[in-house]
Design a protein around this ligand. Structure first.
Ligand code: HEM
Length: 609
């Protein structure tokens, strides 16, 4: 007994040292069976150079992606993108995209990449949730079958949640934490569809659903950084908060499942609506569970766990998208005229419908709203990879350029580099909200620009349409592309267009002088989490925009710009670098907003060495 206790300490120390050594070797030096003739982004030849590039990937993945894309993808060569947290990935040139999309799932699996990246076997609460595609099936079969059905509920919930979060005092500017308020708004309106009005207005359920979905990616990120051997020990601690909220979600879902279960029996045909008085996720999950023979799927536990995880997939990505879009509009030099143009479109397309009776044919006419969201997704898609798959055949695969990739290799294309490629999207770094709708609004556009030419590929009918938010292409992969493109995008597009149209009609957004930055967490790109915006409720949804409160933020640049330029010149003369966006300055940061404030305050500038 005593001798056992004496051995425990050294055994633990040995395990820690051993797992750390394996961790360092694997993360920094191992080639992981990848062909050594493939170049590594950001690295010359040699293990040390690769290790340095791998270290850079932790905070400089964006630069490595662009570096590899410019050096290799554009010359039609595959390259290896180092990634310290999740392992290196083989990035194919776009000419190999067709091959990538054609590979069957038993050869290259997209699901496997997500499974590993999200540590789905732990974060998704149950091995079956992580493994089976019930979500995709249920989303395609039930949620998407008649999207018009939810429009009035969604609009009702938008009104309610915006009033709660942004207020209804007409003409009064209110400062709002954008991400947090959109977290609440999107959680409410998605849950209105997923679980109905009673639960979506239950504060405890709503809070736990929001906290679970907000934290899941963070837990996955921390698990990615954890050495493999230590993960089983660390995960109960890292997952404690997620389980705490899951249990609160389950508390509300269990009784509903138990109450409805007696109406079901094995072999029921889910297409027969006789037994379907409800239209929500719990009912869809029960339909699915009773259409095949797996009793565990029918349990309240599995249905609650699936719902919690679905909320993550469905809600977080929509919050990120609308947050980015609103910041993009507010930070545009033409913020006010963009709002006017969107308002004009929304008002003119809604004149025949009351606010509560939107149908998809109305939404389809909102091509500027659609384009404004799509353009923001192009710039800030929440994940830098577009299509990424894992080799799941034991013998490996040979890519079209001839290199052999072993089992377990991640291979695909990155959307970030493609979405920011000047030769595909002229002025690619700028937010151009009508980039896509312009095609449909100006028939001569296609003849005038290369962008128009490219987008107008396809049949003559297709050529006349602007590419819609839901259309994934080789050059727009914010929903991924191919067979595994997001199955929820039709619902997401509906919900986001309704929300943006509603915001534009009922609120003014005050312009801001510079766009807050989007943080990168490995290959996930978050929205600005803590930045704020000012909004005010409008008296008449169709009246012209009111001038923003602060003269600094007015879009009358003829007044604004000379003052800011003058302040910049003083700072530059003093030997300080002042950039268009942000630049280091002493202990703080000087950006255009601060410069503008200095200019308008007329404050003397004191420069200390
Ligand atoms: C603007 C909002 C959304 C964006 C940007 C988005 C984006 C994506 C992307 C990029 C993927 C592929 C991930 C990968 O393979 O690397 C994906 C998958 C998925 N999305 Fe979405 N999504 C959105 C909304 C939704 C909604 C509303 C739902 C559900 C109602 C949903 C459900 C799913 C599911 C279940 C998958 C996994 C599909 C599979 O494994 O085949 N998403 N989404």
């Amino acid at each position: 007994m005593f001798s056992n206790a004496v051995l425990v300490g050294p055994a633990l120390v040995f395990m820690l040292v051993f797992s750390s050594a394996v961790y360092i070797w694997q993360r920094f030096f191992s080639l992981r069976g990848l062909p050594d003739n493939l170049p590594w982004a950001g690295a010359e030849k040699g293990a040390l150079s690769r290790a340095i590039a791998s270290k850079r990937s932790l905070f400089g993945l964006k630069e490595l992606i662009i570096d590899g894309y410019e050096k290799y993808s554009k010359r039609d060569q595959p390259f290896i993108l180092p990634n310290l947290a999740t392992g290196p990935e083989v990035v194919l040139p776009m000419t190999q995209m067709k091959w990538l999309l054609e590979q069957p799932d038993h050869v290259l699996s997209q699901h496997r990449v997500n499974f590993e990246f999200l540590h789905a076997n732990r974060t998704m609460l149950h091995p079956k949730v992580a493994r089976d595609a019930v979500h995709s099936r249920v989303i395609r079969r039930e949620l998407t079958k008649d999207l018009d059905m939810y429009a009035s509920d969604i609009v009702d919930e938008i009104e309610h949640s915006l009033a709660l979060n942004w207020g209804t005092d007409i003409g009064v500017w209110k400062e709002v934490a954008l991400y947090d308020t959109m977290l609440d708004v999107i959680s409410r309106l998605s849950n209105r569809v997923l679980v109905g009005k009673t639960l979506c207005r239950n504060e405890e359920f709503l809070h736990s659903s929001s906290m679970f979905l907000k934290n899941m990616a963070v837990t996955a990120g921390l698990l990615n950084l954890c050495p493999d051997l230590l993960r089983p020990f660390a995960s109960p601690f890292l997952m404690a908060y997620d389980y705490f909220h899951y249990r609160k979600i389950a508390k509300h879902i269990f009784p509903i499942v138990k109450e409805r279960t007696p109406q079901f029996h094995a072999g029921m045909d889910y297409k027969n609506s006789d037994y379907s008085q409800h239209n929500d996720y719990i009912q869809w999950a029960l339909h699915d569970a009773y259409s095949h023979d797996d009793p565990e799927e029918r349990t309240p536990e599995l249905i609650s766990k699936r719902l919690a995880v679905l909320s993550f997939a469905a809600i977080q990505s929509s919050i990120i998208t609308i947050t980015n879009t609103l910041f993009d509009i507010a930070a545009s030099p033409d913020a006010l005229s963009i709002q006017s143009a969107l308002r004009e479109e929304t008002a003119s397309k809604t004149q025949d419908s009351s606010n509560f009776a939107w149908v998809r044919s109305d939404l389809r006419k909102l091509i500027r709203i659609d384009s404004a969201i799509r353009e923001s997704m192009r710039l800030w898609g929440f994940i830098s990879r577009g299509v990424m798959k894992s080799v799941v055949v034991p013998q490996g695969v040979t890519i079209p350029s001839g290199e052999h990739l072993p089992f377990g290799t991640k291979v695909g294309v990155t959307s970030y580099a493609v979405h920011h490629d000047e030769s595909i999207y002229p002025n690619a770094m700028a937010y151009d909200p009508f980039r896509f709708s312009r095609l449909a609004e100006d028939p001569q556009f296609a003849e005038k620009t290369a962008e128009g030419e490219r987008e107008r590929e396809g049949t003559p009918e297709e050529a006349l349409k602007a590419p819609g938010l839901i259309t994934s292409t080789n050059t727009f992969m914010a929903f991924s592309h191919g067979r595994h493109a997001c199955p929820g995008r039709f619902f997401a597009a509906n919900q986001l267009k309704l929300l943006l149209a509603h915001i534009i009609l009922h609120y003014d957004i005050e312009p801001i002088a510079s766009r807050p930055e989007n943080p990168w967490l490995n290959n996930a790109i978050g929205p600005p989490l803590w930045a704020k915006l000012r909004v005010q409720r409008r008296a008449d949804p169709t009246s012209p925009p009111t001038t923003a409160a602060s003269p600094v933020l007015n879009d009358d640049k003829a007044v604004l710009v000379p003052e800011v330029v003058e302040v910049k010149e003083v700072l530059v003369d003093a030997g300080l670098a002042v950039g268009e966006k942000k630049s280091g300055f002493g202990h703080g940061i000087v950006d255009d907003m601060l410069l503008a404030k200095i200019a308008f305050a007329g404050a003397p500038i004191r420069v200390e060495g």
